[in-house]
Design a protein around this ligand. Structure first.
Ligand code: COA
Length: 164
């Protein structure tokens, strides 16, 4: 049985190849996958919400059933207001597990069990990747090709030139 609508939420500052792999695989499990970009992230973001949305739209273009939207406030409120049947999370390593368990249980409570959390194991090629590490390595001149989609790499290169 397919879940009609799923949500994959994150800060995506920027979207990485690991995220894109999860998006592709999750989109096969549902009719509609919303990629939700958190606009009021407590994190200090390098890219604006608009830039993060643009990058995500560019890399998900052509993947069936995927839409990209911004959201703010509680994830559980978005889930309830938009008829989301499941929240997708990627698990990279056992260290992710405790935090994910807490979030899944809190979200289950806040949505009164209306939405499940579905975990996809991250492709081992990307298990060490995080958006912060990508930004750090890139800012210090390290090679991040392949760890972010090509369009994101181009975007980051342009962004660096413009802010230099
Ligand atoms: N490949 C590559 N990187 C990945 C990844 C994957 N498959 N999965 C996770 N990551 C990275 C992310 O880029 C992020 O990196 P960063 O910390 O360097 O930015 C890190 O792993 C943590 O990811 P995640 O836990 O998804 O954090 P996030 O900030 O992207 O998203 C929300 C967190 C948006 C899902 C969560 O904060 C939220 O729901 N916020 C809304 C408020 C709310 O409801 N709070 C109560 C929750 S119970």
């Amino acid at each position: 049985m397919k879940i009609e609508k799923m949500l994959y939420a994150g800060t995506f500052d920027p979207v990485t190849s690991g995220h894109l792999d999860v998006i592709r695989r999750a989109s096969a499990l549902t009719d509609e996958l919303v990629v939700g970009v958190l606009k009021n992230s407590g994190k200090h973001c390098l890219f604006t919400t608009e830039e993060r949305l643009d990058m995500l739209r560019a890399v998900t273009e052509g993947i069936d059933g995927v839409t990209v939207e911004e959201f703010g406030g509680l994830l559980a409120d978005y889930v309830m207001a938009n008829g989301v049947g499941a929240v997708v999370r990627g698990l990279r390593a056992t260290t992710d597990f405790e935090y994910e368990l807490q979030m899944a249980q809190m979200n289950a409570r806040l949505t009164c069990g209306a939405a499940e959390t579905v975990f996809l194991m991250t492709d081992p090629k990307y298990s060490f990747v995080s958006s912060s590490l990508i930004k750090e390595v890139f800012s210090l001149g390290g090679n991040i090709e392949g760890l972010v989609p090509d369009k994101v790499y181009e975007y980051m290169t342009l962004h660096r030139k413009e802010t230099e």
